[in-house]
Design a protein around this ligand. Structure first.
Ligand SMILES: C[S@@+](CC[C@H](N)C(=O)[O-])C[C@H]1O[C@@H](n2cnc3c(N)ncnc32)[C@H](O)[C@@H]1O
Length: 394
């Protein structure tokens, strides 16, 4: 495969972030960018394939489709997969794995679908060479992705491997924090671009403020990550990859204009947030403080505030409503001049904030339908450095 060769790729994302990802891909120079449901199709070359993995903040995986086919029963699946010349991608000393997603199809079991693909590939090697590549689910040399919906299949090479939200700054374990891809998407949707102050007063492990700092400082989200599946491909161009990494490393800024503040009432999660920020290389760009949102005093007149309050586990519906109404009161009293965004998995409760929303964006956190709600707290008369008075903000 030559560098200039055109390849058609699919970047997957979380539902609701397709347009954001499409814009990111266009900014990288992708052609024929078409947002779909949970994914964006685009045309690229090898360089852009590497860049999409390293630079897209809202991509989950970058897939390279090999074949689309009708798939009404197991014989058809086996036959279509057998018809691909697998020696182009694999040899019998390599390992492989298949992730299968199955929806509304005659074959309704993803394990079964994956097994049929594996059989077809292994049988091809066995009949040609007498030796077959083996399966390694955790660290395969080649990762494939089968997407089967409405009896139509797309079989792709997965160029990413572990999903791209794994940036490398967060250690595994601990409480369930916000998905990094979702946090980056929320920051981009808010329109905050690093020029004005940003506050997350319930920052937890710091995902929103860290993603914001990386965005403002032009730090590519994939720079920290050590492994991509494409590094094991037969046509991997390590020189090209290293030159892109080098360029991105040099493009990082060490200072930003808009200060970033993260606070939380829980000192333990705040320690974790600081550790994460340090690993991400943005600890100097974020000020952390322990405080309840209701008690937070900041001498800032305007900016953007983004928060991801608790949704409800372990809190009664009544206490939660009381809490959201206190959030509304605090915003009204202490944050005039701000654009406020609340990300909530509990839109009913969010109504008790008691402020008029100026935007409501539907997003999915895995299977959970969520809302990103915007409240404009600018006073009509005030002249703002950052927002048009009464305007639409971001
Ligand atoms: C859903 S978590 C935020 C997760 C965060 N976005 C992350 O990625 O880790 C909600 C956070 O709000 C904090 N919190 C709850 N009530 C608070 C209050 N009154 N003031 C400040 N923080 C509060 C909790 O300690 C918790 O860390």
């Amino acid at each position: 495969v030559h560098d200039s060769k055109k390849i058609i790729l699919t970047a997957t994302t979380l539902y609701g972030l397709e347009e954001v990802l499409a814009e990111e891909l266009k900014a990288l120079g992708a052609a024929e960018v078409v947002p779909e449901n949970g994914a964006v199709k685009f045309t690229a070359n090898k360089e852009l394939l590497y860049r999409a993995n390293l630079q897209c903040r809202t991509a989950v995986r970058i897939l390279m489709p090999l074949k689309e086919f009708s798939c009404r029963h197991e014989q058809e699946l086996y036959r279509e997969v057998s018809a691909i010349d697998w020696s182009r991608y694999l040899n019998s000393n390599m390992t492989f794995a298949i992730d299968a997603i199955v929806r509304k199809s005659a074959i309704n079991n993803s394990m079964f679908a994956a097994q049929k693909c594996k059989d077809a590939i292994a049988d091809q090697f066995r009949s040609r060479t007498g030796k077959r590549p083996s399966v390694n689910a955790d660290r395969p040399d080649l990762r494939l992705n089968l997407f089967l919906a409405n009896n139509k299949a797309v079989l792709s090479l997965d160029s990413s491997g572990e999903t791209l939200q794994h940036r490398g700054y967060r250690l595994e374990g601990g409480k369930a924090p916000l998905n990094e891809v979702l946090a980056a998407g929320i920051v981009i949707l808010s329109g905050w671009a690093g020029k004005e102050p940003l506050i997350d007063p319930m920052c937890g492990s710091g995902t929103i403020v860290i993603e914001a700092a990386m965005l403002a400082a032009n730090i590519a989200p994939g720079l920290l990550r050590k492994k991509y599946a494409f590094q094991r491909w037969m046509d991997f161009d390590s020189k090209l990859f290293e030159s892109i990494r080098g360029e991105l490393t040099n493009a990082r800024k060490s200072a930003i204009r808009g200060p970033i503040f993260g606070s939380d009432k829980d000192g333990k999660v705040l320690t974790e947030a600081k550790e994460n920020a340090r690993r991400a290389g943005v600890e100097k760009l974020i000020s952390f403080e322990r405080s309840r949102f209701q008690d937070l005093k900041r001498n800032i007149k305007e900016g953007t505030i983004i928060m991801n309050p608790p949704y409800g586990e372990r809190i009664s519906e009544r206490d939660l409503k009381q809490f959201y109404s206190e959030i509304g009161d605090t915003l009204k009293m202490n944050y005039q001049g701000f654009a406020a965004w609340i990300f909530s998995g509990n839109p009913e409760t969010a109504k008790t904030v008691g402020l008029r929303t100026s935007k409501r964006i539907k997003l999915f956190n895995g299977p959970i339908e969520c809302r990103l709600l915007k409240y404009e707290l600018y006073t009509g008369s005030r002249k703002s450095k950052y927002h048009d008075a009464g305007g639409n903000g971001g």
